[in-house]
Design a protein around this ligand. Structure first.
Ligand code: SF4
Length: 301
């Protein structure tokens, strides 16, 4: 059963001194919480969450929380404090930019039970970080990351560039490849990736909000499918296997990603290697992410 819940409170660009070129907060969130009753909102959310849930947090998203002055931050945070004191909420998380956080700010946030600071980083590439004036190192080691490919959203600066022909979005496949590269890099560093691709909220899926770019409702699954496809093709000999049956053994939780969306991996493997059939055998004892490949009765890896 789900144990971790986040109650999102959207700030709609509050605290942002400039506007990121890809930002379209007004279109992907609809509420400005500075003018709303946060307490009422939390009570409403709590009424929909099972009482047994152990970890329920409030999160200030959609702006630069620490870009607000301390009085405004305190005004927002102090509305959450009573819920923490009574044990109804377990903590607070905030979203901000890397250049808007320092030790003084961290100490202030800690005193209001903020447990997690989510940093929006445009790229982990050193050159891009330098060009975007982000005073941080690409060697930053967060506890977890979310990876999102850039989309062209309505009302963003990127929309203007796109319409002027000055920005060309990534194709879906290129975005999958790039995010897979980043996922592999994170896994090498033992950094947890908790989401790949923007959450397909109702606001985001409203007709006309996504102007262009590699959007897919299950983008993260495409990346994991591609990951398995590459593991399988890397481990296989470069031959054709007409009249052979390929058996792929895996943990049952990985079998759908191995097949790929609409069985795309199975189709590609058959086409590439000529297999008569491909079977997936589930084995609960196998480690997540590992596979065993067998051709008919002959183990080939
Ligand atoms: S920090 Fe977030 S909310 Fe603020 S302008 Fe950039 S993308 Fe938009």
């Amino acid at each position: 059963m789900k144990n971790h819940y986040i109650i999102p409170i959207f700030l709609t660009r509050q605290g942002c001194k400039s506007r990121c070129i890809f930002c379209s907060q007004e279109h992907i969130t609809t509420k400005d919480e500075l003018t709303q009753d946060i307490s009422a909102k939390i009570k409403h959310y709590l009424s929909t969450i099972p009482e047994s849930a152990k970890n329920v947090e409030a999160a200030f998203y959609g702006g630069t929380f620490t870009g607000l002055d301390f009085i405004s931050q305190e005004k927002l945070l102090s509305q959450i404090t009573p819920f923490i004191k009574t044990g109804l909420l377990s903590g607070i998380r905030i979203a901000t930019r890397p250049d808007k956080i320092n030790q003084t700010q961290i100490d202030f946030l800690k005193s209001f039970h903020v447990k997690t600071v989510e940093l929006g980083v445009e790229s982990m590439n050193d050159r891009v970080l330098k060009n975007s004036h982000v005073k941080m190192m690409a060697s930053l080691l967060p506890d977890f990351v979310r990876i999102h490919p850039v989309l062209v959203l309505k009302g963003s600066g990127l929309e203007t560039l796109y319409k002027q022909g000055k920005y060309k979005p990534l194709t879906l496949q290129k975005a999958v490849n790039n995010c897979l590269f980043f996922l592999n890099e994170m896994e090498k560093k033992n950094i947890k990736v908790i989401r790949i691709g923007l959450y397909p909220s109702d606001e985001l899926r409203t007709m006309g909000v996504i102007i262009a770019g590699p959007f897919h409702q299950a983008f993260g699954e495409l990346v994991i499918d591609e990951k398995f496809y590459r593991i399988i093709t890397k481990e296989k000999e470069k031959k054709t296997y007409k009249n052979s049956i390929l058996e792929i053994k895996s943990n049952q939780k990985d079998s759908s990603a191995i097949r790929g969306q609409h069985k795309i991996n199975i189709k590609h493997l058959k086409k590439k290697y000529g297999f008569m059939d491909i079977k997936i055998s589930e084995n609960i004892k196998m480690k997540r992410g590992s596979i065993g490949l067998f051709r008919s009765d002959i183990k080939i890896t």
